[in-house]
Design a binder for this molecule. Structure first.
Ligand code: SAM
Length: 294
């Protein structure tokens, strides 16, 4: 039986171990059972699953995961939490605790070791200071993933889910949506954590696409074009791409690529869909023959 997930028990554990919260690790522990159930439900955690939990803290969500999954691997950077986790998870034989920085770990190897290389689920109440590197790292490194269901800052969840032409739409929306379908499962107020964060939070599920939704010959070039378009949000797409330091296409090549999309020459990058950015990249990679030319 999960015993954590409420304020009393959390405070009791913290006092027993005289645990000192470390701001640099983004430590805000969940104390609301309904939110925990919502996360497990959104991730669809089932008995055959291997779940990677990033930052188990005192093991609150880990207990819920252990009860619902076949195997849980929990990676925690703060060595002061390890003796606590050993106590709170002592009743479970399907949990492996690793004291490491998630950004330094070979997660692909973990998926092989614990799940024969089959797709894993990633569930976490993420440390907000490294949300984007963790999520993009998981997608880009080719870890076999079913879905990533995580608590993040509310604004970040909105940016991941945003579509073309909205104020939240940007490079993060396109990067995430190239790999996955986002779905915001819950908004979570600061009073569901100890200590309370200064920002609102949201649970977002990112269900990995079996194949990318667009066919793009040079994804690196596509993401360079995306970054250049959003770096200068107020400029037209043409000017944004002309001014970009990393791109060396001529004005004529850029104009022709934009025209090939069938959009107005004065279009802004923020109105383009993922498939249009793919079209732009495919046109320009063909144009230059070897990537970039001036
Ligand atoms: N899962 C717990 C909960 O919901 O109560 C704790 C969540 S807290 C927001 C984030 C956790 O991630 C903390 O326990 C923190 O120490 C850990 N953490 C921070 N940076 C990390 C990193 N680079 N690698 C692994 N864990 C990290």
């Amino acid at each position: 039986m999960a015993t954590l997930g409420n304020p009393q028990k959390t405070i009791e554990i913290i006092q027993k171990y005289q645990f000192a919260f470390q701001k640099k690790f983004g430590q805000n522990f969940l104390i609301d059972q309904h939110v925990l159930e919502k996360i497990i439900g959104a991730a669809g955690v089932a008995k055959e699953d291997m779940v990677l939990e990033i930052g188990p803290g005192i093991g609150t969500m880990t207990q819920y995961l252990a009860e619902n999954a076949r195997q849980v691997v929990a990676v925690e950077i703060d060595k002061n939490l390890i003796p606590i986790l050993e106590e709170t998870l002592s009743g479970y034989d399907n949990v492996t605790i690793i004291n490491e920085d998630i950004l330094k770990l070979d997660i692909k190897a973990l998926a092989w070791e614990h799940n024969d290389g089959k797709p894993i689920k990633v569930v976490a109440n993420l440390p907000y200071y490294i949300t984007t590197p963790i999520i993009m790292g998981l997608f880009e490194s080719g870890v076999p993933i079913d879905n990533i269901t995580v608590m993040v800052q509310k604004e970040v969840a909105q940016r991941m889910q945003a579509g073309p032409g909205t104020k939240d739409y940007g490079a993060l929306s396109l990067a995430v949506q190239y790999y996955a379908t986002p779905y915001i499962a819950a908004n979570v107020p600061p009073n569901c954590f100890i200590p309370r964060p200064n920002v609102g939070s949201a649970v977002i599920r990112l269900t990995r696409h079996p194949e990318p939704p667009v066919s793009v010959k040079d994804p690196v070039l596509m993401f360079e074009l995306i970054r250049a378009s959003f770096n200068q949000r107020r400029k037209t797409l043409q000017n944004g791409l002309n001014n970009a330091q990393n791109l060396n296409f001529t004005k004529e090549q850029i104009a022709a690529a934009i025209e090939s999309l069938g959009v107005q020459p004065g279009v802004r990058g923020e109105t383009l869909t993922l498939s249009q950015f793919a079209g732009l990249a495919n046109y320009l990679s063909k144009e230059s023959g070897c990537g970039k030319m001036k």
